[in-house]
Design a protein around this ligand. Structure first.
Ligand code: LLP
Length: 418
């Protein structure tokens, strides 16, 4: 039986949840909790699933560093042949440190600063995904000063609603991202007269956690129209970048695999021959990890039962920020009647709730739980709120487990302060 929200490399053996060949009870005893636990096999298989669906030589995938920029995770992804999709100077640094070359990197984001643009130009990145005309002018100016030519993809806002959570919808005209086609064509006309930049493609990213290929297919259709419109003003589009957004299953229900997205999108593009880029993050990383945590108290208050964990919204903010569902799995199988409980963290905010009225077996103080599907937008969005050191992270490979990020110490909390 597979565990909801996790790749099949997480299994139960003799009643105890394992990451590949390693027991989570053993990991908790050795590394303490809360602890992010990744499976190498999971990451590698998810990467291969993506690169098989969107196959070379026509396609290339750039892993979205914002979902998980850990050096070891980036290293695994890079070895399989993916590039890196970055949105800041910090992510450029992370990608460089993990061994990506300039040719492996595309750079999106609405607020690129001068020094971030200059650093990316010096590293000769593959493409800037440009989100506004002032940004285009800025890149041109800095590139001329540095005697470089920046390769540009104009991010087009297709005004297509991806029908996902409002905080992670990006492709409608109400969002701050990209340029509507009229403006994008104006940007194209400007590029023709610029010496510091050259157009290589168009970029689209309509949102995240998208489970219906429909909006992607509409975007691909729209992209074809855009290629024609750019052609009419004498600009060749060589690359179409569809961004990320492929959704995963957080609750165990089947979702559309990336191969179906690929078949439908590439089918829509069969009559044209542009290169196709994608920037998946969640699809690769989310089901490759869990957050291991322990029950600190079982508190009964009137009719409610609260399980208070040693992990909170500072470690995993998705439930409070997006009302996201994360499956909760007891590490040791507990037979018997289930009860409805509120699973909460220790933070002094009511929002610090992982689940309300969740049906779980009766769990006592000290027991271990796994919050699943925690490999994307969890560790990377963690904070020190309530002066809580961020969790350690381990990567399991077969029967061995390596610490890929040390647990922060109290000293780390004040290290940069005076
Ligand atoms: N490309 C661009 C330009 C993006 O903005 C994003 C995500 C991606 C690629 C990767 O999308 P993915 O394949 O991971 O869906 N924190 C939110 C998700 C925010 C997504 C932001 N952009 C969450 O936890 O659901």
């Amino acid at each position: 039986m597979s565990i909801p929200g996790l790749h099949k490399s997480f299994t139960r053996k003799n009643g105890v949840l394992h990451a590949e060949g390693v027991s989570l009870e053993k990991l908790a005893a050795k590394h303490d909790t809360p602890l992010f636990v990744y499976s190498r096999q999971a990451i590698e298989e998810r990467c291969r699933e993506v690169t098989t669906a969107f196959a070379a030589p026509r396609c290339r995938a750039f892993f979205s560093v914002k979902c998980n920029g850990n050096q070891s995770i980036l290293g695994l992804v890079r070895k399989i042949g993916l590039g890196a999709d970055i949105v800041s100077g910090g992510e450029l640094f992370r990608a460089k440190q993990a061994g990506f070359t300039g040719e492996d990197i595309v750079f999106a984001g609405v607020g690129k600063r001068d020094e971030e643009i200059a650093a990316a130009l010096r590293f000769r990145i593959k493409s800037f995904n440009v989100e506004s005309i002032p940004e285009l002018k800025k890149i041109d100016k800095i590139a001329r000063k540095l005697n470089r030519k920046a390769r540009i993809s104009i991010r087009v806002n297709p005004d297509i609603d991806a029908k996902t959570h409002k905080h992670i919808t990006t492709g409608t005209s109400a969002n701050k991202f990209g340029l509507l086609i009229k403006e994008a064509l104006k940007a194209g006309a400007l590029i023709k007269g610029m010496k510091g930049v050259e157009l290589n493609g168009l970029h689209f990213h309509i949102g995240s956690q998208i489970t219906d290929p429909g909006p992607f297919v509409r975007t691909a259709k729209y992209a074809r129209k855009c290629v024609a419109e750019f052609g009419r003003i004498g600009l060749e589009v060589r690359v179409l970048n569809f961004g990320g957004g492929f959704g995963v299953s957080y609750d165990g229900r089947q979702v559309t695999p990336v191969s179906i997205f690929a078949r439908q999108v590439l089918g829509e593009l069969a009559a044209i021959d542009q290169e196709v880029f994608i920037e998946p993050g969640r699809y690769i990383a989310a089901p490759s990890a869990l957050l291991l945590t322990r029950v600190v108290y079982r508190k009964e208050a009137g009719k409610r039962v609260f399980l208070i964990l040693d992990s909170g919204m500072n470690d995993l903010i998705r439930p409070v920020l997006y009302q996201a569902y994360h499956h909760i799995e007891p590490v040791r199988k507990r037979p018997g009647r289930k009860e409805k409980v509120d699973v909460v963290g220790p933070i002094c905010e009511t929002g610090d709730t992982f689940a309300r009225e969740r049906l779980l077996p009766r769990l006592e103080e000290g027991e271990l739980l796994a919050l699943t599907c925690a490999g994307a937008y969890c560790a990377s969005m963690a904070s020190n709120y309530n002066a809580r050191p961020r969790p350690a992270e381990v990567l399991v490979s077969g029967t061995s487990a390596k610490v890929i990020r040390k647990r922060e110490s109290y000293k780390d909390l004040v290290r940069l302060e005076s």
